[in-house]
Structure formats: C-alpha cells, structure tokens
Design a protein around this ligand. Structure first.
Ligand SMILES: Nc1ncnc2c1ncn2[C@@H]1O[C@H](COP(=O)(O)OP(=O)(O)OP(=O)(O)O)[C@@H](O)[C@H]1O
Ligand SMILES: [Mg+2]
Length: 242
C-alpha cells in the first residue's frame, strides 16, 4: 500500500516539480514502485523534467472527468520501469480536484509511493493533496519570504491532518546565505516547524538536466544528495549532506 507524499510550497518556482521528479526517480531506481502525479491546473512541467516529453495523451484532468481510466493516463519513465507519471491537466484551468482522493485510493495498492507535486500556494491542488497525503514536504529557497510562506504551508498541512512535515531547502548557496536574513539553518527549521529532509545546492547541472529530462550523473554531488533524501524518505537514518 502506497505512502502518499505531497510536495508543496507557498511561493512559486522554489523547485517543487524538479525535486518531486528527482525524488520519485530515485525511489523508483531503488526498486520502489512509484507514481508521480502533477496536481496543477493549466500548467505542466513534470513531463519535461521526467523526460516523458510529448507522450501524454491523457492527463489528470481526463481521469478526474472520467474520460479515461487512471491506468491509461500513466506514462512510464524512460529511466525506470518502476516510475509511472500522470501529467497535470494542460490548459484546463477549471479542473475539479474534489475527486482527486478517489484517484489515489483507486491505485494505492499498486504502488509503494505516490508523490504528488502540487501547485504553489494553498489553493485547490494543495487542499486536494492534503486530503490524501500522510507526509508533506515543503520546498523552500533560503530567503525570508519563502520561509515565511513555508510556515503558512506547514501550519495549513498540519491543520488538514498531514502531521509528518519535512523541509527541503533548495537552491542553497553557501556564499550568499548570510544575506538570507537567517543566522543558520536551525533558524529556518524552527521558523517552518518542519523536520529537515535535505539541502539541495543551486546547481546548473540540476537546471540543465531538468530541462533536458535527463538523470543526474551518478558521480555528481547532486545525485548523492537526492539518494540520501530518498533514503531518509524511506525511513533510513542517513546523514544530511550540505
Ligand atoms: N537546485 C536547483 N538549482 C538550480 N536550478 C533549480 C534548482 N531547482 C529547481 N531549479 C530551477 O528552478 C526553476 C523552477 O523549478 P520548478 O519548476 O521545479 O519549480 P516549481 O516550484 O515546481 O514551480 P511552480 O511553483 O511554478 O510549480 C526551473 O527553471 C528549475 O530548473
Ligand atoms: Mg511545479
């Protein structure tokens, strides 16, 4: 039975979809059957980042509107058979997410993990994900606005019943951290009320690979960081690499 994990942020563009895709890929490479769903209305990016490109004939909107079976909307990752992807409803700004729980309920026996990449903010996609997730991962960038918004997301998740809340600090740059408005990492963790899952550097490699739908090189530091993050998600006690 799948563990359902939602990825969220207050502010847009913090790196949710990139993180969700690399986390899902990492889990799948490590033999966990994983389903990655992009829960956003009108916008898509996971199809590009995951390398599935233009393959999506059906998307989440079709599933929610009963135009196609959920399995028909799943695309297999070109990197691993264990990862299936459901694309966000493209151009469908009025997608009705109230039926989303039924979608995850109908497939959760077939997967070990269901990763839900939500839209920024506390709107309908976020609320729908809260109704089904057991773990919430907040992706923030190390700046005062993103952290403040992250706290709102954290509180809203908690109040909606998602009690296991984790934090990813993305686009981290050591040299500029002192201008972030925070003394140290602990201050950010305290401000968001979430357990630290990982710190991901600002990385040209991540940005370039994401846009090409390619995997991270096995020898890269970024890949090692995602491996450690995925291990922590599965409950392994591994050190946080910064
Ligand atoms: N660690 C990183 N280093 C460098 N660039 C990154 C990193 N993570 C994400 N990016 C880049 O930041 C941009 C936004 O990433 P992404 O689309 O994953 O954010 P998002 O939070 O899903 O955005 P939205 O709120 O619009 O859904 C992309 O250009 C992506 O390549
Ligand atoms: Mg996104």
């Amino acid at each position: 039975m799948a563990q359902v994990i939602m990825i969220a942020s207050g502010k847009g563009g913090t790196g949710k979809s990139t993180f969700a895709t690399y986390l899902a890929t990492e889990l799948a490479i490590n033999k966990y059957k994983t389903l990655l769903i992009e829960l956003d209305a009108g916008l898509r990016s996971i199809d590009v980042i995951s390398g599935t490109g233009q393959q999506a004939v059906y998307d989440l909107g079709d599933v929610l509107e009963n135009r196609c079976d959920v399995y028909k909307a799943m695309i297999t990752s070109p990197h691993t058979e264990n990862l299936k992807i459901i694309a966000a409803p493209y151009r469908d700004y009025n997608a009705d997410f109230s039926r989303f729980r039924r979608v995850t309920d109908s497939v959760y026996r077939d997967f070990d993990y269901i990763i839900i990449d939500t839209a920024a903010g506390l709107g309908a996609p976020f609320q729908a994900a809260c109704r089904t997730a057991v773990m919430g991962i907040i992706v923030i960038t190390p700046d005062i606005i993103s952290v403040r918004d992250g706290r709102l997301v954290s509180d809203e998740m908690y109040n909606s019943g998602v009690k296991d809340i984790r934090l990813v600090i993305n686009k981290f740059v050591q040299q500029t951290f002192r201008h972030s408005g925070f003394e140290d990492m602990d201050e950010i963790i305290d401000a968001t009320c979430a357990r630290l899952l990982g710190v991901i550097p600002m990385s040209r490699r991540i940005a370039v690979n994401a846009i090409r739908g390619e995997q991270l090189s096995p020898s890269s530091q970024e890949k090692q960081i995602f491996t450690a993050v995925a291990q922590r998600v599965t409950g392994k006690d591994v050190q946080i690499i910064i």
